[in-house]
Design a protein around this ligand. Structure first.
Ligand SMILES: C[S@@+](CC[C@H](N)C(=O)[O-])C[C@H]1O[C@@H](n2cnc3c(N)ncnc32)[C@H](O)[C@@H]1O
Length: 383
């Protein structure tokens, strides 16, 4: 049912979108979504899996757009520089009169200048302002924005207050933005991000989705990636096969539409780097190394080894400081994608550094799906 025009009853939409494969009687038109700063499509993937129809993703990174176009079924991937506000006329032409129900956006955090709230309209903040422009032009039922959690306290909270104020001025009810932790929604990763959700004034007031997980039942690294080939003796190829059956329900979920094993190529470290990693215990970091070892990296996240029995640390775009809980190497793209809750049939395109960036920048699809499913109860409508 993914990416099609009709979707089932709201109560079952998440299950159907999540790839159950069961066919249900269509009763409601699928709500439509456009995604600004779409990257590879983490946010879009969650909305797609919740039963929405994603019409369009916009970004300026060509490799991310290739990944987006290949994976977000039914959506157009458009290359537009969102610094240029005339983009709203381009997308209106492309939408050809189709209404947009939800605008989702993950503006880059560098888009926020350090000039303070009084200069909110400053040119350097234009990337954020692009989201207001879309909402002004398209009047969606809802808007969902993801950003780094530091945005909440930036300038004593004045920036986030200004964002909320501007949406309210546009006719949207918006509660205080909330920091959500991905692990609380079934993602095997501690990743905290700030979410703003606005509803058009006629649709009530949004409250955030309840957690589905707590520390007692968080999905662990081993449960997430323990079935993937170790790549200890060979790097592997871009396309391979799963060699062992899935052992955990999360692994089964990730492998549900598998056509092969993609993006699972190991990095070749020098003997020295491998020897340093070998000395870090599970869950440890540079502080656990003997004096004189690994001294070149001493910052907070340096030489961090994941713990098999815990969720991973926040996946970043560089992937040079975090190591596999068992193997003496950085995680592969596929391992990090799993820790971000991208299923194995979501294939990343472009040079490896760009693939890392796409994975690390993304909203975990399972978290996006939880928000999208919850949002349905506010925006569902009859055809
Ligand atoms: C944090 S990432 C978004 C991740 C995405 N929401 C996801 O879930 O996969 C921010 C994106 O903004 C894009 N971007 C940065 N400057 C841009 C600009 N001027 N116009 C369009 N996109 C831009 C980057 O290429 C990057 O993909």
């Amino acid at each position: 049912m993914q990416g099609q025009l009709f979707w089932p009853d709201a109560a079952t939409a998440g299950a159907a979108g999540a790839g159950s494969g069961r066919c249900r009687v269509a009763r409601h038109a699928a709500p439509t979504v456009i995604d600004l700063f779409c990257g590879c499509g983490g946010l879009s993937k969650g909305f797609l899996d919740a039963g929405y129809q994603v019409l369009l993703g916009i970004d300026s990174d060509q490799d991310a757009l290739k990944t987006y176009g290949a994976n977000i079924k039914g959506a157009k991937a458009m290359s537009i520089d969102l610094f240029d506000f005339s983009y709203t006329s381009k997308i209106s032409a492309l939408l050809a009169g189709r209404a947009v129900d939800v605008v989702v956006a993950g503006p880059p955090c560098q888009g926020f200048s350090l000039t303070g709230p009084r200069k909110f309209g400053d040119d350097r903040n234009r990337l954020y302002l692009a989201v207001f422009e879309a909402v002004r032009a398209l009047r969606p039922k809802a808007v969902v924005i993801e950003n780094v959690k530091g945005m909440k306290t930036l300038y004593n909270g004045e920036i986030k207050d200004e964002i909320v104020r501007r949406f309210r001025e546009l006719g949207y009810s918006m509660p205080e933005p909330e920091i959500l932790c991905s692990a609380d929604y079934g993602v095997p990763q501690i990743r905290e991000r700030l979410f703003f959700v606005g509803l058009r004034n006629d649709l009530g007031a949004f409250d955030y989705p309840h957690r589905s997980h707590s520390p007692a039942n968080y999905i662990t690294c081993e449960e997430a990636i323990g079935d993937l080939p170790g790549r200890e003796v060979e790097q592997g190829s871009e396309e391979d096969v799963h060699r062992v059956p899935p052992k955990h329900v999360y692994q089964k979920k990730m492998r549900r539409n598998q056509k092969g094993l993609f993006n699972h190529v190991a990095t070749q470290h020098t003997e020295y780097v491998k020897s340093v990693i070998r000395q870090v215990p599970e869950g440890g970091n540079y502080k656990d190394l003997p004096p004189g070892v690994g001294e070149s990296r001493k910052f907070n996240e340096a030489w961090t080894r994941y713990h098999s029995a815990k969720p991973s640390r926040t996946i970043d775009t560089g992937h040079r400081n975090h190591f596999h809980y068992r193997y003496d190497r950085v995680p592969t793209i596929r391992e990090n994608a799993r820790l971000q809750s991208f299923p194995d049939d979501f294939v990343f395109i472009g040079p490896r550094t760009k693939q890392n960036k796409q994975v690390g920048n993304a909203v975990p699809p399972l978290l996006a799906e939880a928000i999208a499913t919850h949002l349905l109860k506010y925006i569902r409508h009859e055809p």
